[in-house]
Design a protein around this ligand. Structure first.
Ligand code: NAD
Ligand code: MG
Length: 411
């Protein structure tokens, strides 16, 4: 196994002095910027913050256009800043509707500048989709500590982001529950002692539905996840298992492991959040009920642990843990994720953009459920692959892939 990249703090034994000086001792205040505060992860982050008043202080809340919910959050949490990225939505805000002490900033550039503020101890990157790359990049470029929910950042530009973090001294702590579990399991050995990493997947709502009927799946059916409550895009990704495909790529870059050491294991109860097998055969897992408030809090308090609002495992209840291999015929997206994790280069950005556009096409009724993986496979195969792209090339290919899918969906 390759070494863990410097940007991901190797799981520590005792808390280091440098970690303590970054606002992680038991009694220090942690100032938090929540990017995407009105979304599912954003709201769960504010739950975690509210459960430890005086410990976590929301410094900045940002959303694209949901002005009403953002202003409600501003009145409740009194951040120094609220940022509305969409200028048209921001134009509807009356300055007197802000609470005293909270200032309004508008647009992407303002967000880039504000996340770089050294007063911020943790940036929670919880904007959905490729749109999250820009502000995450700005936070990493400024050397901030990033609690990363936006997996698309690493799917699109993993090597560039990890290299940037190494240069600036930024730390990236995963929020994705599987990666948070792996981050914790890796404490049990050295990077060279890891044999393989098993990412668990619930299997989504169609784990047992006859494969021949998958073409008829409706958006309402795909949006009903059996174990997790999440935003619409990631919920559809869970139904196609593209979410797990993206998570394989995320793990590839975050932990610096070759794709050959990454596997997916279907676990319908969503209690075991991932497993690491070491060379001696020991398998270390992290268990908890499916509740994102735990990995969010882990990323806010790391390397410390705190009591918090997440549901706890009730061992007085019967506990059944099932595991099975995924069915590649039913979930062709998984193969695309492994391929992109193996090839790297431009593959992740193209797969991600094609998928975002195809999910939108499915939700709008222009594509069938089974078209999502098929369209992604076609765009991935047709794209002009490059092994070591710059950020501008990735942005251009993102736009190209979306265009390809749009023309497919309009046929
Ligand atoms: P969501 O759709 O519920 O919320 C998205 C948030 O992003 C909203 O606050 C929205 O205003 C904001 N946003 C969207 N586009 C924006 C833009 N251009 N500029 C600024 N803000 C913008 O999404 P979610 O389910 O909370 O997911 C957020 C991220 O976390 C995704 O990358 C997802 O893959 C990841 N994630 C989510 C979960 C989960 O349980 N929901 C679990 C693991 C990882
Ligand atoms: Mg996940």
């Amino acid at each position: 196994m390759q070494r863990l990249p410097g940007a991901l703090v190797p799981p520590p034994q005792p808390v280091s002095r440098s970690a303590e000086s970054r606002g992680t001792t038991a009694d220090e205040i942690v100032r938090v910027a929540v990017l995407g505060s009105t979304g599912s992860i954003g709201r769960s982050t504010l739950d975690v913050i509210a459960a430890s008043p005086g410990r976590f202080v929301p410094h900045l809340l940002a959303a694209r256009q949901s002005v009403g919910p953002l202003l409600e959050q501003a009145h409740r949490f009194r951040p120094a800043w609220v940022v509305i990225v969409d200028p048209d939505a921001a134009a509807t805000v009356d300055a007197t509707s802000l609470p005293p002490g909270t200032r309004l900033a508008v647009g992407d550039e303002a967000l880039d500048e504000l996340v770089a503020d050294p007063a911020i101890d943790r940036v929670v990157a919880a904007i959905v989709g490729a749109a999250g790359l820009r502000s995450t990049w700005a936070a990493v470029a400024a050397g901030r500590t990033v609690a990363l929910a936006n997996k698309e950042t690493l799917v699109m530009a993993g090597p560039l982001v990890m290299r940037l973090a190494e240069r600036t001294g930024a730390t990236i702590i995963p929020v994705d529950s599987e990666h948070a579990a792996i981050h914790q399991a890796l404490c049990s050995g050295r990077p060279t002692e890891v044999a393989r990493i098993l990412l668990t997947a619930s299997g989504g709502p169609f784990r047992t539905r006859p494969a021949a009927t998958l073409a008829d799946v409706t958006p309402a059916e795909a949006l009903r996840h059996p174990t997790w409550s999440m935003g619409p895009k990631i919920t559809v990704d869970s139904a196609t298992m593209m979410n797990k495909a993206l998570e394989l790529i995320e793990a590839r870059w975050l932990f610096g492991v070759p794709a050959a050491q990454l596997e997916v294991l279907v676990h319908p109860q969503s209690i075991v959040h991932s497993l690491v097998e070491f060379v001696d055969g020991s398998v270390i897992a992290q268990l908890s009920p499916p509740d994102m408030r735990l990995p969010i809090q882990y990323a806010l308090s790391y390397p410390r642990r705190l009591p918090g609002p997440a549901r706890r495992l009730d061992v007085a209840m019967p506990l059944t843990l099932d595991f099975e291999p995924p069915d590649p015929a039913r979930f062709p997206a998984l193969r695309l994720g492994l391929e992109a994790a193996e090839r790297g280069g431009t593959s992740g950005a193209v797969l991600n953009a094609a998928n975002e556009e195809a999910v939108q096409g499915f939700l709008d009724g222009r594509l069938r459920f089974t078209d999502i993986a098929e369209v992604c496979a076609g765009v991935l195969a047709a794209h002009p692959y490059r092994s070591d792209p710059e950020l501008d090339e990735l942005r251009a290919l993102d736009a190209w892939a979306r265009q390809e899918v749009a023309s497919w969906a309009s046929v």
